[in-house]
Design a protein around this ligand. Structure first.
Ligand code: PGA
Length: 264
């Protein structure tokens, strides 16, 4: 834990949400790929809508940039109209998957228990969950931020065993910061991230928790990314709005590179 920046490779993920036709997704992926050509110390992941997964995976092949889905169902197949499974996501080229995003918790009624089943389904197929947690403004104002976030973390990590810390990432996304232009203060994000890591250590052990990436999400932009990513327990970013432009997304990736100290 004493050299956190060296043990954790930053992860920057672009969550395109319900945006981009297949053609537009291809174009955006191509722009990101071209701008990030060459060696990189940051893991970069793009999460297009389901319909564009295969096209984006094709564009990114060989680039080292990986593809994520934005959700998954817990069963592999069956009578689940409208759902998508980990095997089908793998087939489309996704290796990561966002789960428990607050938009799904709030708009689709996803519970902690459902999010947990999705995490297990992904891990069972060797996919890497990016599991989201975060409090609403009401909960923050009531002083319940850590209660809520740690309850969500318990549901995701309780009793889980990982072979390697990079099998899963946690994204702390305060609900009031998502899409509002109002990011968490870096010190407030750090406080929550540190608490998440302490709780992760209880579930996964110190060594795994020390290597676990905890991303911050919620109005991450090129002009606030560096100060958020400079926090010792902020290991990357889950980027919504700013990932829809290659220029702003790449600027955030560059800010994440800036947190890696010189070698030697
Ligand atoms: P935002 O979204 O960057 O547009 O706030 C982040 C997210 O919801 O993952």
């Amino acid at each position: 834990m004493s050299r956190p920046h060296l043990v954790r490779r930053p992860l920057v993920a672009g969550n395109w949400k319900l945006h981009q036709t297949i053609g537009a997704a291809r174009q955006l992926a191509r722009e990101v790929r071209n701008a990030l050509a060459g060696p990189r110390d940051v893991q970069v992941v793009l999460a297009p809508p389901f319909t564009a997964l295969a096209a984006v995976a094709e564009v990114l092949e060989g680039s080292g940039i990986e593809v994520a889905a934005q959700d998954v169902w817990y069963a592999d197949q069956g009578a689940f109209t409208g759902e998508i499974s980990a095997p089908l996501l793998l087939d489309a080229g996704a290796r990561h998957c966002i789960v428990g995003h607050s938009e799904r918790r709030q708009l689709c009624g996803e519970t902690d228990a459902l999010v947990r089943r999705k995490v297990e389904a992904l891990l069972a197929h060797g996919m890497r969950p990016i599991a989201c947690v975060g409090e609403t403004l009401e909960e923050r104002n009531a002083g319940r931020t850590l209660d809520v976030v740690l309850r969500q973390v318990d549901a995701i990590l309780g009793g889980l065993s990982l072979h390697a810390p990079d099998q899963l990432a946690v994204a702390y996304e305060p609900v009031w910061a998502i899409g509002t232009g109002r990011n968490a203060l870096p010190a407030d994000a750090q406080e929550v991230h540190a608490a998440v890591r302490r709780r992760a250590a209880e579930h996964l052990g110190e060594a795994t928790a020390a290597g676990l990436r905890i991303l911050y999400g919620g109005s991450v932009k090129p002009d606030n990314a560096a100060e958020l990513l400079a926090q010792p327990d902020v290991d990357g970013a889950l980027v919504g709005g700013a990932s829809l432009s290659a220029a702003s997304f790449v600027a955030i990736v560059r800010a994440a590179e800036g947190r890696i100290p010189e070698r030697g």
